[in-house]
Design a binder for this molecule. Structure first.
Ligand code: EPU
Length: 340
């Protein structure tokens, strides 16, 4: 089924809760509808710019969108193929991410539990290569089925073709604006799960020893996220607003002389990832309020809309933070959130 709307309000479709509207809004809830969507974009809406919206948890509408917003509402599990040790699950791009994680954990399928409670939808998981607590979507994605607007056909991309990086993929570069994710296939374990509890905040889970279950991991991750990250239903936000910068080790070593407590993660390629939340916190921004926007008081990496803010107010605050961190540490923070 295809839904077409005009002057469509976007407030409930972005977790920042900013007020904005789309000139046109097109959504659909079955794979086979995508050809009709594509036809519409080539005819009725040919002159309009377009944006494929996922769960709206990583976008900031800075103004009304003068074009067509497209959203998949394919929100079911499409197929499950089991072998003795694994299961391959194909999931519609419009399914709530955490509903998918909860389903896997309830089935005792392993690999996705560390990614519990992340807002957004399945279709955004390869675009953003979502990650948390030592696991990234790329670790479990087998392939991505998408509609290629230029070719006018369905294309299936293997994991290695997606060019996954830290919060990065081909969908943010060559494929930007050119494709629409229809479904994502994940490979999960049915037994002998590899539990990823090496990340600092998950160390407490070691107490379970061999009795550790996927549900324990999920519950723990949910509890940490609930304690640190604001619930978008209560306070508008887009999760981490900035990426953790990846820097040359020699540069970070010099900074560590002045800031020995700086939180750093050495990467396999020799570079070093620095916790942007630590930098922003250290610079005194945590809990800062400016009109209707601010910096979350429990996690400085999260900018919040206390209600009624416009996207541009969030942008303005983010620019002040970027300038300040550059002056204090010589590091230029890059937003993780996409501005529209
Ligand atoms: N920190 C502070 N002050 C703060 C925030 C953080 O000192 O205000 C310190 C923490 O104490 C910790 C370090 O910075 O030592 C890292 O903090 P945390 O573990 O909370 O993780 P993060 O780097 O802030 C990243 C991801 C999150 C993900 C967590 C857990 C990015 C941009 N963010 O945050 O992802 O949940 O790690 O793995 O990589 C998201 O992308 O929206 C997101 C929430």
């Amino acid at each position: 089924m295809l839904y077409i709307e005009k002057d469509y309000p976007l407030k409930s479709l972005n977790t920042f809760g900013v007020v904005a509207k789309a000139k046109h809004y097109v959504s659909f809830d079955a794979m086979e509808d995508v050809e009709k969507v594509s036809d519409l974009l080539e005819t009725t809406f040919a002159a309009e710019k377009r944006f494929v919206l996922g769960g709206g948890s990583n976008v900031l509408f800075t103004d009304d969108f003068d074009g067509v917003v497209i959203q998949s509402r394919i929100d079911n599990i499409i197929s499950e193929t089991q072998t003795d040790s694994d299961v391959l699950v194909e999931v519609g791009s419009g399914m709530e991410w955490d509903a998918f994680v909860a389903y896997c954990v309830s089935k005792n399928w392993g690999g996705v539990e560390n990614l519990s409670h992340i807002p957004g939808v399945v279709g955004a998981s390869p675009v953003q290569n979502i990650g948390a607590y030592g696991v990234e979507a790329k670790d479990i994605i087998q392939e991505v089925c998408l509609w290629d607007f230029e070719q006018g056909e369905v294309v299936v991309l293997k994991n290695e073709d997606c060019r996954f990086g830290y919060r990065d993929s081909i969908f943010k570069h060559e494929y930007k604006g050119k494709v629409l994710v229809l479904s994502v296939s994940y490979r999960l374990t049915r037994k002998d799960h590899t539990m990823n509890i090496g990340y600092g905040a998950l160390k407490d889970l070691e107490q379970h020893g061999d009795a550790l279950t996927l549900q324990h991991v999920r519950d723990h991750v949910v509890a940490i996220r609930e304690s640190k990250l604001p619930d978008p239903e209560v306070i508008g936000n887009g999760g981490s607003f900035f990426k953790n910068p990846v820097l040359e080790k020699s540069f970070v070593d010099v900074l560590l002389v002045d800031y020995p407590d700086m939180v750093v993660y050495p990467l396999p390629d020799g570079k070093v990832k620095v916790a942007a939340g630590w930098l922003i916190d250290q610079a005194g921004w945590k809990g800062y309020k400016e009109g209707l926007v601010g910096v979350h008081d429990k996690q400085a990496l999260v900018l919040v809309n206390y209600g009624g803010a416009k996207g541009e107010e969030v942008v303005s605050l983010s620019q002040k933070i970027i300038r300040d961190i550059q002056q204090k540490f010589g590091i230029v923070l890059e937003p993780e959130v996409i501005f529209l």
